[in-house]
Design a protein around this ligand. Structure first.
Ligand code: ARG
Length: 585
């Protein structure tokens, strides 16, 4: 559709020039004014001419009339002027032929805006905090982030996916103290992150208890105290000063965690190009702090070093705590500088929950104040919260669902269904993994990213309705149709096409435009909704038009060709939202 819209805009621009003399309007200007009429009987494309009245000094009705007479194009069956609108009706058969040949020619590049050639995008996503649960709240950053990576790759950008692990900070002091007190290799080794989380929860509870006890019977205002908290601080200080034993424990905790995350990433088909976490930037922060200080940007506030952001209506950005330790923004600034040097990015994308929007706005501003001219290449992509069956996530009350459990549950449910039909255990497992995981990803990416989501497993796994399984099933259907007609060429013929076929071609033609929109809004859900539109159009076509048994030989070839083009486009679209497309379900 994009190509036709472009072509139409150019034709109109030419007609304006012919009828009104000078080139008063550019093709781009007209392109932006073209609309898809909601009522298809009016036409497939329309130009509302009242917008041109001022420039062309005529009434919209006159303008539409004049232009309609001088536009001719084989792909339009009619160009008409109705109430100040210039309406274009597509010649369905000619249009479908062009769309399908475009898909065949471009193959798996069909739909790419090809705008990223020679440019690099760095994407920071997923980035869980080690030893804290990797839960459903991280689903957003993980799948939105990865989908944005795939979209950029598709557009031709060189992409670097970075997992900025939360692998440094005072929580490691607590964890080391807890491990030394209650932990041992024999439990953590097989238990993995779950055991680390247990230790972490236990040490926090214990600190809370000690602090509460320290206040008992004391006058109000007494500072609370916990010996265990002191111990944890001491362990972290030792870690920071390079104590061998603590460093070894820390490394081990990170490895154990990473191993588990990787199992989840593998299910999702995600690989990162870099796992440089927060710890990597420890020795890169002082230079940035120094620069801030030299530029006079640092102020001392209650002992802490801050950058005042009053002028931009934001709270201060904390750079150093009063004890001289660094903070989250400090590390992000150092990491951005490092990444600019390492990758020379044209864009750096950060995907996190909207709860961190202020953090990003603050340190982006600080980077700008520091005089880095690439400050405007930093993009924060926020997303809304997730609740489960109506209840908010809360680590404390235990209302968390770990990502690995979520996927395991989905896979096991699909496996049960698959077993009923398929005796091959290995194949069942494969199908269960791609359909189960796909269902969750699809469900999540169906919503605009800023929308808060209430996660319902039943809805996600349903085969009816607008779900992942339905989309994958439709893809498998295109494959099985093509399997039956294997030996036939399936090229578009000159047979006149009916409504379902033309609608399908129009939907296929809409793909490049949707990819563009998804990219420019950082919104994978645009692709998810497109997948549903394409599935609906294909299924309507499939139910109304016989393909393998079609008696008109020419028409049969066109229908096969349309099925091939659907398979190609649907496969690409599913890939862009991190979904697998099994040929058989
Ligand atoms: N580890 C952080 C968290 O779990 C997310 C990190 C996001 N990326 C960044 N560069 N700050 O909240």
């Amino acid at each position: 559709m994009l190509t036709l819209k472009n072509k139409t805009a150019a034709l109109i621009a030419k007609a304006v020039e012919d009828k009104f003399g000078a080139a008063l309007l550019s093709g781009e200007e007209i392109f932006a004014m073209l609309e898809y009429p909601p009522d298809k009987s009016m036409g497939d494309l329309a130009l509302p001419c009242f917008r041109l009245s001022k420039t062309l000094r005529r009434s919209p009705v006159q303008i539409a009339d004049m232009l309609s007479q001088s536009i001719e194009c084989a792909e339009f069956s009619a160009v008409s002027a109705i109430n100040g609108y210039l309406n274009f009706k597509i010649d369905g058969t000619a249009f479908a032929r062009r769309v399908v040949s475009d898909v065949f020619e471009k193959g798996d590049r069909y739909g790419s805006p090809e705008c990223g050639e020679g440019k690099t995008v760095v994407l920071d996503y997923s980035s869980p905090n080690v030893a804290k649960p990797f839960h459903i709240g991280h689903l957003g950053t993980t799948v939105i982030g990865h989908s944005l990576k795939l979209l950029h790759e598709f557009a031709g950008y060189k992409c670097v996916g970075i997992n900025y692990l939360g692998d440094w900070g005072t929580q490691f002091g607590k964890l080391i103290a807890a491990y030394k007190k209650w932990g041992d290799k024999a439990t953590v080794e097989p238990g993995g992150v779950d055991e680390l989380v247990k230790l972490y929860v236990r040490v926090n509870n214990e600190i809370g208890r000690e602090e509460a006890a320290s206040l008992e019977g004391k006058p109000e205002g007494t500072p609370k105290h916990s010996a265990l908290a002191d111990e944890a601080r001491a362990e972290f200080a030792k870690l920071e000063h390079g104590d061998e034993e603590n460093l070894a424990l820390w490394r081990w905790f990170v490895d154990v965690s990473l191993e588990e995350y990787q199992r989840t990433y593998k299910l999702l088909g995600i690989e990162f190009d870099s796992y440089k976490g927060e710890s990597f930037y420890t020795d890169k922060m002082p230079a940035q702090v120094e620069k801030l200080r030299n530029m006079g940007l640092l102020e001392i506030d209650d002992g802490a070093s801050i950058v005042n952001l009053d002028k931009w209506n934001m709270p201060v950005c904390l750079i150093l705590k009063s004890d001289g330790t660094t903070l989250y923004p400090t590390r992000d600034i150092a990491a951005a500088v490092y990444r600019k040097g390492e990758y020379n990015f044209d864009k750096a994308i950060y995907v996190t929950s909207a709860a961190q929007s202020l953090h990003f706005a603050q340190w982006f501003k600080v980077v700008e104040l520091m005089g880095y001219d690439w400050y405007d290449k930093l993009v924060h992509v926020p997303y809304g919260t997730v609740s489960i069956n109506g209840a908010k996530l809360a680590t404390r009350t235990g209302n968390v669902i770990l990502l690995k459990d979520l996927f395991a549950e989905a896979i096991s449910r699909v496996r049960d269904i698959a077993r009923e039909k398929n005796p091959d255990e290995e194949e069942c497992q494969r199908i269960a993994e791609s359909v189960g995981v796909g269902a969750i990803v699809f469900y999540y990416l169906s919503n605009n990213r800023m929308r808060d989501i209430n996660f319902m497993m039943e809805d996600a796994l349903s085969f009816d309705g607008n779900t992942g399984p339905y989309a994958q099933y439709t893809y498998a259907r295109t494959c099985s149709v093509l399997d039956k007609v294997l030996s036939e060429c399936g090229e578009m013929s000159c047979a006149t096409l009916g409504e379902e076929e033309v609608e399908l071609a129009k939907t296929i033609a809409a793909f490049p435009e949707r990819v563009n929109a998804a990219l420019s809004d950082y919104e994978p859900s645009v692709v998810t909704r497109y997948v549903l539109d394409l599935c609906a159009a294909f299924n309507r076509f499939y139910h109304n038009c016989s393909i393998a048994n079609c008696e008109n030989a020419d028409l049969k070839q066109s229908r096969i060709a349309l099925t091939r083009a659907t398979k190609q486009t649907l496969g690409t679209a599913l890939h862009l939202i991190c979904m697998q497309s099994p040929e058989k379900i």
